[in-house]
Design a protein around this ligand. Sequence first.
Ligand code: UGA
Length: 420
Amino acid sequence: MGLVSGAAFAEFGHEVIIMDIDREKIEKLERGIVPIHEPGLERLLNKNTDRISYTTNMEEAVREAWVHFICVWTPPDLDGSADLSAVRAVARELGKQFAKLKVKTPIVVTKSTVPVGTGKMIQRMVRQSFKDECKIVSNPEFLRESQAVADMMRPDRIVIGSNDEEAAQTVADIYQGVKAPVVMTDLATAEMIKYAANAFLATKISFINEVANICELTGADVDKVAEGIGTDPRIGKAFLKAGMGYGGSCFPKDVRALHQFSNAEGYAFKLLKSVIEVNEQQRQMIVDKVNKHLKILNGKNILVLGLAFKAHTDDVRESGSIDIIGRLQSQGANISAYDPLALLNAKKVLNDLVIMVRDAHEGALGADAIIIATEWPEFKELEWAKIKTIMRKPLIIDGRNLLDPVAMRERGFVYEGVGR
Ligand code: UGA
């Protein structure tokens, strides 16, 4: 988020200093190596090298800048709440540097997803060392992994929240030239917009997953239901793809955090509790389908196709695939796995018992089942007829509704999707 935002701000014509405490990352960036997989990012950074500099030194970053964007991670704490220790550390350090360098009216902007009230907390932390005026703005990001550059350059909207109009306008000016509606509001509202957006999208996914489960019992087709309801502009087509539930570094954490901080405020957000439960259930249902066909999993060979939490990324954080692998292993299944991009990251979180294969064919040899866990388009193009001949049992559990059920059954597979 920080890197994409920085690259975009430079593209908008601003001088940008990118600061990180991770020396290795900064050194790589200085050498022109982009440490994350994000289409279009390398090109954008290369195009703007004369306006971007990198540092691990906070004093250097603060001295040169006027508007300071906080783009650190807010991982989930044990109780589901957002862990704000990185935000706090940055705010405290900013305060110290502002005081040391006698900075004039700095503006601190949160891009990180932070619970309502964090902006005010940042102000308090800065004030511990810096007694002069410091303005706080919330400018939440709505970037999707693998489409972050496009989302940043052509956003649906720009949300800017502050209790100080001038500071809000300064941040709005940074985006000058970007064609998007700007929602100007107060600090608390902007912080809430981010959570409400992610929670609503997650709700849509859990909703369609429950519809899928009823479709399965009644013989209806969830993909057609999604098409049928999605054409109503009040509903919209997006985020109605049934599957194994949502994953990634944002939805699971943000839904839990909104649920948790609602509770902390004395409000039980009942709908979100169900959204979380349905998501959990959806993953177990994939395992149940394998159980239904194979009965005992002990000693059975299962190939999992896809490890990333969604296609076109190498990110495996909160990936449904990784979760399901653990559930299958706990029943004694032998797992082999393949992903076009995420093998390296998956290796770091999976145990040694999972055999990483170089392609789907290698993993299909002697397999009792194949699970499609990430919707990589290339899985559609596999030589399925050939794969069937090398499997021990021709069972496909398609957790992403990627393949055509009729075509797969015609090829002789036992095929199960989600709600089809
Ligand atoms: C999400 C939001 O879409 C962004 O707008 C937001 O800025 C970002 O979180 C964030 O808070 O930083 P991202 O986590 O990259 O972006 O992934 P999504 O594309 O939203 O997908 C999330 C999960 O939902 C994935 O596991 C995906 O497979 C699943 N999904 C998505 C479905 O199961 N069905 C759908 O119809 C759509």
